[in-house]
Design a protein around this ligand. Structure first.
Ligand code: NDP
Length: 412
């Protein structure tokens, strides 16, 4: 253990839906996380979380106000609290600043979403992978993408590569939210990031190159009906998702990798209108002599994702269908988790999307805190041994199953 760190102390940055779940889950495991700090931009949200943790578990956590984009301010807070690691559950815009503060203070880093610059909606790891040498030289570990997707879906692939296949050739990640929150339109995680993600050009990996197709709301978008366990048949759209980039590198022999997400006609219609009228723009526009960014204004109008749990019912079903070779035979396996919105709300006060992200964020932190995962440098989660993480999913609320399943064809 580095002298600048104290074992068992975790600093969670952000106090939104995902951070709330991760804080709950850390608070449930005092033997791994005896000291917790939640530091975020708005102190009142940290206070509310501290009170909830006090009520539910009788535990005291520390809180602090911090602007994570202000590296000296964040570094000073890290020096004061002396965490073993910083769990970044703020927004992708903060990733590099938080990594800088970790390097400066000598603590490990973990997040759930890749860095994004404010001015372009571009989901890629290049900016964070460029930190490889810096983390290596300091003997520190940066773990990228420890949510559900990216996160658990990567670990599912690593587990399949280790235990189920000699070689995986085709990977389809299917993300289904069959829940209903009762709002005309809302996003399940930060609206800005969600809308930037779903309106980008779609890409999938095929034979060593990226193939582009129309965005989900454009004519010609690729979608098909998939029959999900328990949730039933749902229209599922081809979408670019950041884990494809690292999986295409780290799962050897992969010939095709795709990501699918379910969207209702209602969601797509709202999104179409919002896009058509310019409300999803990420550049500044003049409004009565002031500059505003339309998507930020839209975020202010939409329900807070962390508040959606109250009336949310239904389930999420997220998993991987993988086809490959085992002992000379072609086989297909489907690994998935089912999570219930109401159960998630009962346990943590938030819905299943935040739950399915916050639980693996805690588990990733647990892997690092206990030394199960160690290393110097920047790692995508599938580069680490999946076994203990997979066990922990079963223990901490996200049980998974493996079934035989027909492979998905090239043309769906
Ligand atoms: P929220 O918007 O609910 O929460 C973000 C939190 O970060 C807020 O509390 C916000 O503060 C805080 N924050 C923003 N900027 C700063 C800053 N400069 N300094 C300090 N705190 C800041 O988002 P979610 O909880 O829905 O999502 C959190 C992260 O999880 C996002 O990066 C998202 O992309 C990722 N995610 C990953 C998934 C996965 O499966 N891998 C799935 C879903 C989400 P304030 O309260 O003042 O706004």
């Amino acid at each position: 253990m580095d002298d600048n760190r104290t074992q068992g102390r975790i600093m969670i940055i952000g106090a939104g839906g995902v951070a709330a779940v991760a804080t709950h889950k850390c608070a449930q495991v005092p033997e791994v996380f005896p000291e917790i700090m939640v530091a975020s931009r708005t102190l009142s949200k940290c206070e509310a979380l501290r009170e909830d943790i006090r009520q539910r578990y009788g535990r005291e956590i520390e809180i602090a106000q911090v602007d994570a984009d202000n590296v000296p301010q964040l570094a000073a807070l890290i020096r004061k609290f002396r965490p073993t690691l910083v769990l970044n559950l703020a927004l992708p815009y903060q990733d590099l600043h938080i990594m800088d503060a970790c390097l400066e203070t000598g603590v490990h880093y973990i997040d759930t979403a890749n860095y994004e610059p404010l001015d372009v909606a571009h989901f890629e790891y290049s900016w964070q992978w460029a930190y490889q040498e810096k983390f290596r030289q300091k003997g520190l570990m940066a773990l990228l993408g420890s949510g559900f997707d990216p996160g658990v879906t990567n670990v599912f692939a690593a587990y399949a590569q280790k235990h189920l296949f000699d070689e995986i050739h085709f990977l389809d990640i299917l993300d289904c939210n069959a829940g209903s929150h009762g709002h005309a339109f809302a996003t399940n995680f930060n609206p800005e990031i969600n809308i930037r993600e779903v309106t980008q050009v779609v890409r999938h990996w095929k034979d060593g190159a990226w193939v582009e197709s129309p965005a989900i709301i454009e004519p010609g978008s690729v979608h098909f009906d998939f029959d999900y366990p328990i949730a039933g048949i749902k229209d599922s759209y081809l979408l670019y998702h950041e884990e494809l980039e690292s999986l295409a590198l780290n799962i050897k022999g992969l010939k095709r990798a795709r990501f699918w997400m379910t969207f209702s006609e209602n969601y797509l219609n709202h999104l179409r209108v919002l896009m058509n009228v310019g409300m999803t723009r990420i550049d500044e526009v003049d409004y009565e002599g002031r500059k505003i960014v339309p998507i930020k204004f839209l975020k202010a109008l939409l329900p807070e994702p962390s508040s959606l749990g109250t009336n949310y019912s239904g389930k999420t079903v997220i998993g991987n269908i993988m086809t490959g070779i085992k002992d000379g035979k072609t086989i297909t396996r489907y690994i998935y988790n089912i999570c219930d919105h109401e159960e998630a709300f009962k346990e943590t006060g938030t819905q299943a999307i935040a739950y399915t992200t916050g639980v693996p964020a805690m588990i990733g932190a647990m892997m690092m805190m206990t030394g199960a995962w160690q290393g110097s440098g920047v790692f995508n989660i599938e580069q680490l041994d999946p076994d203990k993480f997979m066990d922990a999913l079963n223990t901490y609320g996200l049980p998974w199953q493996i079934v035989e399943h027909p492979g998905l064809p090239e043309k769906v």
